[in-house]
Write a protein that binds this ligand. Structure first.
Ligand SMILES: NC(=O)C1=CN([C@@H]2O[C@H](COP(=O)(O)OP(=O)(O)OC[C@H]3O[C@@H](n4cnc5c(N)ncnc54)[C@H](O)[C@@H]3O)[C@@H](O)[C@H]2O)C=CC1
Ligand SMILES: C[N+](C)(C)CC(=O)CC(=O)[O-]
Length: 503
């Protein structure tokens, strides 16, 4: 997988340097590694290695649920002893230092001095202005903000914000890279403190702190106010689309007319109270009570499980998935292409079908349901018919192949998000019949997960009677059959269903 710059040149970082490996740096490292990139992380904290490994473990578990079988071989996670070591040979750098502007500026200046000019540097800052962060860089054009959301390995959103001296090319390359690792890029068109998402989140947070200080609600009540209501719909429709619907058939205009005046009252304060020791104690105490003794790790696992299920459910909404679900489906489709979906297997036979198993094809047993195998094999047959000149034109001319028998075998499991492919052999043919054998495998693997053997008869469709295969089509079949006859007869060909013999 690679991104492209503005000239269409490939930009697919293989080795990502990470500076700062806390909550966010470790999350980035996991996303990079799971997408086949090496992640070399520098963080002077003695806990850096344990944290990065723990987060990678959680990310692995989450991705196994999100897209089982669809990820490339993992990259390597390496903890560097120095900044220099982390940057050596890096073709992309993600800075995730604490949110302190002076610290970031000092370290970014060092990073800039150590790297070749073409290597992009992205900062995870939640809201510091990129123009300020790039001020002392020799190559400010390669600096951009790439602001992620926690957990970085699961939430797709990343805000890209350039400073006054960031080049368009840098923004395009970094955006393409983030997309290639499954993210949804939101370009911040105008540089502003807090960018877009954190301005919204902070407004809510401020109001919540004020409500706690005033004794109106506890942390748990504030969270309930979100998670049983607006939070559920926010996962697929934001404020504005939701409010359009709240305006009834007249939509946004009626909504503004009805609720706009309340903005003058106003309901909200949006002024954060002073964080006195007493208020901090109250908030922390309420938060402890709300957590009910669950550790941070346990809550993170709960969060990840819920996120995986929400995103996977959204992937089944509408024809292409909705919101984060559509992002997941696009990523899965790219993965299928990259996983040599259309490449020949060891037998040299090209794919007659390839794609990714979508969530809606999964049954209550957690794997691809039966009739989808028949669908995939049927579409593979269509591909072969097209290739031998018996496609739509042939059908329009009143001739076609009808399938008269299919024998399906299930040998392994096609799982959600798995990139799969079918390869098809012509086993035999005569003047009217075509005998096919399909093998379905995970892309890039030769072990069959399922096979289908089919007999087709050539038909004059107007008369609904069998008819001789025309010469041109017969010639194409013969060419395939000759090529395939050099291969050993596939295991299972000609098998019938029977109970195992008792000795
Ligand atoms: N925590 C969050 O929810 C989010 C944070 N961010 C942003 O990501 C950045 C990092 O935040 P967190 O990971 O939450 O902070 P954190 O405090 O968890 O991690 C920061 C890490 O930087 C390391 N560090 C300190 N000085 C260093 C140096 N000179 N060189 C290398 N490493 C050094 C620390 O040891 C620590 O492990 C911040 O800019 C923050 O605004 C962005 C999105 C969400
Ligand atoms: C609290 N925060 C400003 C660090 C949050 C973010 O930047 C994004 C997030 O994950 O909510």
């Amino acid at each position: 997988m690679s991104g492209q710059d503005m000239n269409g040149q490939d930009f697919g970082p293989k080795r990502c340097g990470l500076v700062g490996g806390g909550v966010i740096g470790a999350g980035w490292a996991a996303r990079f590694v799971l997408n086949g990139r090496d992640a070399v992380l520098y963080d002077p904290s003695p806990d850096a290695r344990a944290r990065a490994e723990a987060v990678l473990g959680m990310a692995r578990a989450a991705w196994a649920g999100l897209l089982p079988g669809a990820l490339p071989p993992e990259g390597r996670l390496h903890i560097a002893a120095t900044l220099e070591e982390a940057l050596e040979g890096a073709d992309f750098v993600q800075e995730s230092l604490p949110e302190i502007q002076t610290l970031k500026c000092d370290v970014l200046e060092r990073i800039d001095a150590l790297l070749p000019a073409a290597v992009p540097i992205a900062s995870s800052t939640s809201g510091l202005l990129p123009t300020r962060l790039q001020a002392r860089l020799r190559h400010p054009e390669r600096f951009v903000v790439g602001h992620p959301f926690n957990p970085v390995y699961l939430l797709p959103l990343v805000e890209i914000c350039g400073g006054a001296r960031t080049s368009e090319d840098t923004k395009a390359r970094v955006a393409a890279f983030y997309r290639a690792i499954g993210m949804q890029v939101l370009h911040v068109r105008k540089e502003v403190d807090g960018f877009i998402a954190d301005r919204l989140l902070e407004a809510l947070w401020r109001e919540g702190l004020w409500l706690i200080e005033e004794g109106v609600a506890t942390t748990a009540e504030l969270d309930d106010a979100i998670r049983y209501g607006a939070g559920l719909r926010w996962s697929f429709m934001g404020t504005f689309l939701t409010y359009r619907l709240a305006g009834g058939d007249a939509g946004m205009r009626h909504f503004l007319a009805q609720f706009g005046p309340a903005l003058q009252l106003p309901w909200t304060r949006l002024v954060a109270p002073e964080l006195t020791d007493a208020l901090i104690d109250r908030i922390a105490g309420q938060s402890d009570e709300q957590a009910g003794g669950m550790t941070v790790r346990a809550l993170e696992r709960l969060r990840d499980e819920a996120l995986v299920k929400v995103i996977r459910a959204l992937a089944t909404v509408g024809p292409q998935g909705y919101a984060a679900g559509a992002t997941l489906n696009r990523f899965a489709a790219r993965r299928a292409d990259d996983a040599q979906g259309g490449q020949p297997g060891a037998d040299g036979i090209p794919a007659s079908w390839h794609g990714v198993v979508p969530p809606e094809w999964i049954d209550y047993n957690g794997h691809m349901t039966e009739h989808r195998y028949l669908q995939v094999f049927g579409e593979a047959t269509d591909h072969i018919l097209d290739a031998i000149g018996a496609g739509p034109d042939h059908v329009a001319a009143g001739q076609s192949f009808y399938t008269v028998e299919t024998h399906l075998r299930h040998l392994g499991q096609a799982l959600c998000g798995m990139a799969i492919m079918v390869r098809t052999r012509v086993l035999d043919a005569d003047g009217k019949r075509l005998h096919l054998f399909h093998e379905l495998t995970a892309a890039g693997d030769d072990a069959p997960l399922a096979t289908a053997e089919q007999m087709l008869i050539h038909v004059d469709t107007a008369r609904a009677r069998s008819a001789p295969i025309p010469q041109a089509v017969a010639g194409a079949i013969a060419a395939l059959r000759t090529a395939h006859s050099a291969l050993p007869v596939p295991e299972g060909a000609g098998r019938a269903i029977a109970m195992p013999r008792r000795s």
